[in-house]
Design a protein around this ligand. Structure first.
Ligand code: AMP
Length: 394
């Protein structure tokens, strides 16, 4: 089955074409475009290229197109990308302005160009649909809650992949099977020994998720992806009173405050140097106190959320790191796990240093009660697998 994954960033369009069958998958082609303002010409060019390069005889040879949609109003899960999905994206376009209009345009474009090819949306919120109301509710008036203001959670494809992969790595095939069929069969019952993962997705955008027996029990992300940990240039958590106060004192409108919190905050805002951890580290090594504060604040926030989920799950068997920072920043992984020996967390420094640049591995010592792992992210493959499961179930 040929599955195309369309990744529509706010200024980029990336794609990967997979050949999938029940037990294996291979990537046939990949590519992308930067500085994109309109998606239709990119999608047309991609289809031309896939044919010209001999990967497809024509676009209609594609069996399904998968979209990593971010946030839908009153809709989540892995579902056909039809009018309901378009309405759900429209309903929350103000909350995810960089992503929802882009995906709506992309879905409509495929509908026009390849009407017979199935379109499937995997919402980033899908993995969090079994969180309890106590874990997702904000203490706000009913009228606000009626607007759909609640904690949703993002990076769902990535954290779900970690849930399945960690279970397999440590021989918990019961949990891995449960995770694999989650969006098709639902969670069902589970009564075996607990398997608890503190999953850290640390990249340009970051989040921590507590995963118990394959289900997300909590997330650092909230109503929008502008929450939780300090992000590359986005604020993360902020007291709601800070916005009206800063608007008044700085003489700025809410729209400008929103822009500053989305573009000039996070690692960039704190360090004053860059939104990239590598540059921030270099500045910290060169003596910048602000850059050091940016890194320390990120580490503190990761530990804050890990601690919360450790407590809520009553412990953890695994700590997992993924995405650009999680897969490469040896020092940050050490700092996150520092001083946790009493909880049974022991890092093997040599393994930690050796596990970078796309390598998967265990970086805790053999006698560490809590296993610490690095697992490379591959979101497109994760989405392709989900789309395959969705399409094959019919
Ligand atoms: P992602 O969103 O997963 O693509 O991660 C991108 C982010 O990973 C970049 O903004 C960097 O901050 C971070 N990153 C990439 N490579 C490294 C590295 N070698 N060391 C530390 N951070 C890195």
């Amino acid at each position: 089955m040929k599955i195309l994954i369309a990744n529509l960033g706010s200024t980029s369009f990336k794609y990967r074409l997979f050949d999938m069958d029940g037990s294996s998958s291979s990537m046939i082609a990949s590519g992308g475009f930067e500085r994109v303002s309109e998606y239709t010409p990119c999608i047309e060019k991609m289809l031309e290229d896939l044919v010209a390069e001999g990967h497809l005889a024509s676009g209609s040879e594609i069996d399904a197109v998968g979209f990593k949609t971010v946030l839908g109003k009153d809709l989540s899960g892995c579902v056909d990308a039809d009018e309901k999905v378009l309405a759900a994206l429209e309903g929350f376009k103000e909350v995810a302005p960089a992503h929802n209009p882009a995906y709506a345009e992309g879905i409509r474009c495929f509908e026009r160009l390849l009407p017979e090819v199935r379109r499937v949306a995997l919402f980033e919120t899908a993995f969090y649909q079994w969180m309890t109301p106590a874990a997702f509710s904000y203490a706000i008036p009913q009228a606000w809650r009626d607007l759909g203001i609640r904690r949703y959670g993002f990076h769902g494809a990535s954290h779900k992949f970690i849930a399945e992969r960690t279970a397999k790595l440590f021989g918990r095939y019961d949990v891995a099977d449960r995770v694999r069929s989650l969006y098709v069969d639902g969670p069902g019952e589970f009564s075996a020994e607990p398997f608890r993962v503190l999953s850290c997705h640390l990249g340009g955008s970051s989040s921590v998720t507590g995963i118990k027996n394959g289900l997300a029990i909590g997330t650092s992300m909230g109503f929008s992806p502008q929450s939780g940990l300090p992000q590359n240039n986005r604020v993360g958590d902020l007291d709601s009173m800070a916005v009206p106060y800063a608007c008044k004192m700085l003489g700025i409108e809410v729209g400008e405050a929103e822009r500053q919190l989305n573009k000039e905050s996070g690692l960039l805002g704190l360090s004053g140097v860059s939104n990239d951890v590598r540059d921030v580290r270099e500045a910290a090594a060169g003596g910048s106190e602000e850059a050091k504060l940016a890194i320390d604040t990120l580490v503190d926030s990761i530990r804050h959320w890990m601690g919360s989920f450790y407590f809520k799950m009553g412990g953890a068997e695994v700590i997992s790191f993924t995405a650009g920072i999680g897969e490469n920043d040896v020092e940050l992984r050490s700092a996150v796990c520092a001083g946790l020996e009493d909880l049974g967390v022991h890092i093997d420094q040599a393994a930690n240093e050796a596990t970078i640049r796309g390598k998967e591995g265990v970086i805790s010592t053999d006698d560490s009660a809590v296993k610490v792992v690095v697992i490379p992210a591959n979101e497109e493959l994760v989405i392709a697998r989900e789309v395959y499961r969705q399409v094959s179930k019919d």
